[in-house]
Design a protein around this ligand. Structure first.
Ligand code: C2E
Ligand code: CA
Ligand code: CA
Ligand code: CA
Length: 276
């Protein structure tokens, strides 16, 4: 059996200390990253699964740290949330996405939607919420040029301020997607109550959709339920054609993943978009 003995009170191991230090360094460096142009917004195509046509794109942050190289969002987003920096960063991502939506909409001759991840911290922020709808209007864009990806958890503890801010987005015509659907606990009732537009089925269900009958059943019923409620469905992490095929069979509307393309720098994404 594990003996508590001597180690019982050493909660702060050297490894943990090193980790805490790395965190602090990341937070400190992140402060300068925005100004120093180390942050970039890349774009991953979201395709109509049947036709393969690019339907929209998801904006994903990339941080090129001068010493550490590429730092994964999974590593720095939590630091940005903890420090509150996510508010400024998230605002900047939104503005970048809005500009690119305008540019690509003009190139295509029709509106082009870009979805932006919005952290729960941004919904809870004490400061005044910025007016995304107003910004889009100033750019001459429809609200639906942007969709916002939120997590199930946000709906679960929906406080008045969160509801207010969600409704403000919806009121401006901005669409709302539930990210990583299936990994949290949101009920169908929430999807109706908040008039959600998209469900994004988490990659963990998509991975074995072609090979595991249980996962396939889950995916099929999520899609059927979403469609009954008038929502559209995006499958995340589509990596091979077997998965794509199973998703089409299940009636899934859109997909994104390495089968089509990972996130690309704006110039490369534009090339792909206009080449089709
Ligand atoms: P997410 O919103 O679930 O984004 C999808 C992640 O899956 C992205 O990772 C994407 O690059 C990756 N991915 C796409 N296709 C595939 C595939 O076929 N297979 C696999 N294995 N992965 C795929 P990324 O870019 O590293 O971002 C990780 C997470 O960081 C995102 O998860 C999101 O939660 C967060 N994030 C990224 N950008 C932002 C941002 O601007 N704001 C906020 N708040 N969070 C962001
Ligand atoms: Ca997302
Ligand atoms: Ca996701
Ligand atoms: Ca995910």
């Amino acid at each position: 059996a594990k003996n508590g003995g001597r180690n019982r009170f050493s909660y702060f191991t050297p490894a943990m200390q090193a980790q805490a230090q790395t965190r602090l360094r990341l937070i400190a460096d992140l402060r300068g990253a925005l100004a120093g142009e180390e942050l970039q917004v890349w774009y991953q195509p979201v395709v109509d699964l049947r036709s393969g046509r690019i339907a929209k794109a998801e904006a994903l942050l990339r941080w090129f740290h001068p010493q550490m190289g590429l730092v994964e969002p999974q590593r720095f987003i939590p630091c940005a949330e903890e420090s509150g920096l996510i508010n400024d960063i998230g605002e900047w991502v939104f503005r970048q996405a809005a500009q690119h939506s305008r540019r690509w909409g003009e190139r295509l001759g029709q509106p082009f939607q870009i979805s932006v991840n919005k952290s729960p911290v941004q919904f809870l922020g004490r400061g005044r919420d910025s007016d995304w709808g107003g910004h889009l209007k100033d750019l001459g864009l429809a609200g639906s040029s942007i969709s916002v990806e939120i997590t199930e958890g946000l709906l679960l503890d929906a406080s008045p301020i969160i509801i207010d801010r969600l409704m403000q987005l919806r009121g401006a015509g901005i669409e709302v997607a539930i990210d990583d659907f299936g990994t949290g606990y949101s009920s169908m009732a929430y999807l109706r109550k908040f008039q959600i537009d998209y469900l994004k089925i988490d990659r963990s269900f998509v991975q074995q959709v072609a090979t595991d009958s249980g996962d396939r059943a889950i995916v099929r019923s999520i899609i059927a339920m979403a469609h009954e409620l008038g929502l559209r469905v995006v499958a995340e992490g589509v990596e091979n054609d077997e998965q794509r095929h199973a998703l089409v069979e299940a009636g899934c509307d859109y997909g994104q993943g390495y089968l089509i393309s990972g996130a690309l720098p704006p110039e490369a994404f534009e090339q792909m978009l206009l080449a089709r």
